[in-house]
Design a protein around this ligand. Structure first.
Ligand code: BDR
Ligand code: CA
Length: 371
């Protein structure tokens, strides 16, 4: 081939690759990232979810607040600083609520997250010098980033306080909270952990007019990983961050599966992925109530999706009985109007995500963490 022919061939290859590469490059540039602020009681699954957010190209992580839940707020803060160091990332961290609003702090998170929330991987940090006003930190971030998404990975104590103290700022925030269950619970037969831990906070979050989406246990239980292969994969292919996560995740998975192996959920990953990729979940408008009783039903979430469910959540049995009487005794009684009037007393207060594409979510997290 002559030099001239070689030159023409080279030019053709370059031009072709430009036309092929150009749309992809353009697509990359125009891809929008989601500004997210994270509130966390960082235990092991929170750590994996946060690592995913830090590594995802779709998120712009603005900062963090910590809260007691899986472990104390101070332990959670130390865990977060340890994780950020492993990820070589510096972001603002504010220490949050040391206990739920009205009930004593449960210490049962230790069963699956270990005594300090990250099994034995916590670094030594003095957190006393950090800011301690989490609701103010959330409000400041909301003011500076209109439309930001607040991902709540723990009990909703800080979020409730932010809603009460900063209603104006919180109005524009999209809250994606991992909390609640329509089916069985994981803390008790009926209550999911974050709802159980601080039911009064969840109640305030639901009743204060926040734009809140609950990713419930029904959904996050579908985001499963191989309890033995995934920690090993992180250690081998996840760089320094993956190597850091592998040991506590292995212990967490072993605790969850009681050593039996197999697939296990990493709950907080579901909320993190959903916040960036809502098309992987199915949100539904709902009326949600949480039981603040200190008895068997503490933290149980009652989720009304049908008209009949909503009506019976709003009206007492006495009121419903009166309707039944009227239906058969009052000529021309407008039953539909009576039901409509009941429904109007309490509009829906949340979006609930009861179903997600679990495999696709898990794959996204695996890809981001082993890239
Ligand atoms: C939730 O409880 C905690 O143990 C996890 O971190 C997650 O936020 C799941 O019910
Ligand atoms: Ca959590």
């Amino acid at each position: 081939m002559s030099t001239r022919h070689r030159f023409i061939l080279l030019l053709a290859v370059l031009l072709t690759s430009f036309w092929i590469a150009a749309p992809a490059a353009y697509a990359k540039e125009t891809r929008t990232t989601v500004p997210v602020f994270v509130d966390t009681d960082i235990g092991v699954d929170d750590a994996v979810a946060i690592a995913y957010l830090l590594r995802s190209r779709d998120a712009q992580v603005l900062g963090f607040t910590t809260v007691s839940g899986n472990t104390s707020a101070d332990n959670a803060t130390r865990n977060l600083l340890t994780l950020l160091a492993a990820a070589q990332v510096q972001l603002p961290v504010t220490v949050g609520a040391p206990a739920p609003l009205q009930v004593p702090a449960s210490r049962t998170g230790a069963f699956v997250h270990g005594p300090s929330g990250l099994w034995f991987s916590q670094g030594q940090y003095d957190v006393s010098g950090l800011p301690h006003d989490a609701p103010a930190a959330i409000a400041t971030a909301a003011r500076a980033n209109p439309g930001m998404t607040l991902i709540a990975l723990g009990p909703l104590t800080n979020i409730a306080q932010a809603a009460l103290r900063f209603p104006q700022e919180m109005r524009g925030v999209k809250v994606v909270a991992l909390a609640g269950s329509r089916g069985p619970g994981n803390s008790t037969p009926v209550a999911e952990f974050n709802a159980f831990y601080d039911p009064h906070a969840l109640d305030i979050a639901l009743e204060s007019g926040l734009n809140v989406t609950l990713v419930t246990l029904d959904a996050f239980d579908e985001v499963t990983f191989d309890s033995q292969a995934f920690p090993q994969q992180l250690a081998a292919e996840g760089g320094a961050l993956g190597q850091f996560l592998a040991a506590p995740l292995g212990a967490y998975m072993a605790a969850q599966t009681q050593g039996a192996g197999g697939m296990a959920a990493i709950p907080d990953v579901a909320a993190a992925v959903y916040a960036l990729r809502p098309s992987l979940g199915t949100p539904q408008s709902a009326l949600v109530d949480v039981s603040a009783d200190q008895a068997l039903t503490r933290g149980q979430t009652v989720i009304g999706l049908t008209m009949q469910q909503r009506v019976t959540m709003i009206a007492s049995d006495e009121q419903m009985s009166a309707l039944a009487d009227q239906l058969f005794t009052v000529p021309g009684f407008d039953f539909s109007m009576a039901l409509y009037q009941i429904l109007m007393q309490r509009p829906d207060n949340a979006q609930v995500v009861l179903e997600v594409k679990g495999r696709a979510m898990a794959r996204l997290a695996e890809q981001a963490l082993t890239r």
